[in-house]
Design a protein around this ligand. Structure first.
Ligand code: FES
Length: 147
């Protein structure tokens, strides 16, 4: 049996987190290939449905990465995203998926090192948590439907 390799989705805002990821690449700072980046204009554009869909479609962990407090280019996008993530964490705890599978992270465009560190830490955390139970249930359901 293959060891568990978590699938992580990182929704990154264009102005800071995505640029930080780019910076990590330019600085040749590696981060786990488990992390798949989805670029958004602002972390505030990431709605609850995007995070829930990612989990439903098979992600073991999801994080939203935006600009530092007070630096959002759309004023309050990062605060709105943080509030949504907090709400979803509670919801995921209640339904048994685990709120720790999602996170909100902030960074500046120049923090390539922080981007890589965060990606590695989050991947390790999800590796310890194991596969997303929602994914397993959906996968079993799909297998039964196909059989
Ligand atoms: S533009 Fe980066 S969080 Fe809004």
């Amino acid at each position: 049996m293959k060891p568990f390799e978590p699938e992580i989705v990182a929704f990154c805002c264009h102005y800071c987190a995505y640029t930080a990821a780019d910076m990590a690449g330019s600085m040749r700072i590696g981060y786990p290939p488990n992390v798949k980046i989805i670029k958004a204009p602002c972390s505030g554009k990431i709605d609850a449905i995007h995070i829930m869909k990612a989990l439903e479609k098979g992600a073991d962990g999801v994080y939203v990465a935006g600009c530092l407090e007070g630096d959002c280019h759309f004023k309050n996008g990062n605060n709105n995203a943080a509030r949504r993530v907090k709400y979803l964490q509670k919801l995921l705890d209640e339904i048994g998926v685990g709120g720790e599978r999602i996170a909100m992270i902030t960074m500046s465009a120049g923090m390539g090192g922080r981007f890589a560190e965060t990606a590695a830490e989050f991947t390790e955390k999800i590796r310890k948590l194991g596969p997303n139970p929602a994914k397993t249930a959906a996968g079993e359901k799909l297998e039964k439907a196909i059989a």
